[in-house]
Design a protein around this ligand. Structure first.
Ligand SMILES: CCCCCCCCCCCCCCCC(=O)SCCNC(=O)CCNC(=O)[C@H](O)C(C)(C)COP(=O)(O)OP(=O)(O)OC[C@H]1O[C@@H](n2cnc3c(N)ncnc32)[C@H](O)[C@@H]1OP(=O)(O)O
Length: 172
């Protein structure tokens, strides 16, 4: 399978901050941003793999670096940074821009892992990636370490799931 350039999976989505999406502090509700991140990242995964369905296998931590105000625009940029056999790591950056002054701030960053599925909903192989810019190369070269951390985390999660109960709480 032929590798694909990182830029081919790049998705850029810019939105206003709607008043219905604010929290009690009048800044963008983090949950709304997380949903947007997943939507944009899904499109990057689908653009890279060109399959009908890609599922979110895991999300790393999200770092909210600064609040997003109603006077800002929110631009989410996502692209595939690294691929395994059937999985894709997607990096998202969130840039808030003050629409009055033009000041741009890095509001959040996040890594998500998607898996491409075939018609039977089984993981299917994805093309490799060709990073070109300095940023793409940096993310590509540091991805193996993040993948290993996820592998260990997944192992621990499975161990925990075997240990904890699924019994109804009142049936103890
Ligand atoms: C809280 C703050 C964070 C926020 C920061 C981002 C912000 C944004 C948040 C949006 C948060 C909403 C996100 C909901 C979005 C939906 O609603 S999507 C629906 C939710 N997702 C699902 O239902 C998926 C459920 N899981 C599954 O179906 C199966 O486990 C999977 C993912 C298809 C994997 O299938 P499997 O049979 O276990 O296959 P397996 O061969 O073991 O693994 C296949 C590949 O997946 C990889 N993989 C599997 N599990 C994992 C894992 N946990 N981690 C990494 N890689 C994995 C494997 O390493 C393997 O990779 P390759 O070596 O092939 O490259």
């Amino acid at each position: 399978m032929e590798a694909i350039k990182t830029k081919e999976s790049r998705i850029v989505n810019t939105d206003q901050v709607l008043s219905c999406d604010l929290n009690n502090y009048n800044t963008l509700f983090g949950g709304v941003l997380m949903k947007k991140l997943d939507n944009v990242a899904t499109l990057s995964a689908r653009r890279h793999s060109r399959v009908k369905e890609c599922v979110t296998a895991s999300t790393d931590s999200i770092d909210f670096l600064c609040p997003i105000h109603q006077t800002d625009s929110v631009c989410i940029e996502s692209f595939v940074t690294y691929t395994g056999k059937t999985s894709m790591e997607i990096f998202c950056k969130v840039i808030a821009e003050d629409m009055m002054t033009g000041e741009r701030r890095m509001a959040a960053t996040a890594f998500l892992t998607f898996v491409a599925l075939d018609e039977k909903k089984q993981p299917v192989e994805v093309p490799g990636i060709i990073p070109e810019t300095e940023e793409e190369k940096f993310l590509y070269n540091t991805a193996k370490e993040r993948a290993e951390m996820r592998r260990l985390r997944r192992k621990k999660s499975k161990e925990l799931a075997e240990y904890i109960t699924v019994r109804k709480p009142w049936d103890k």
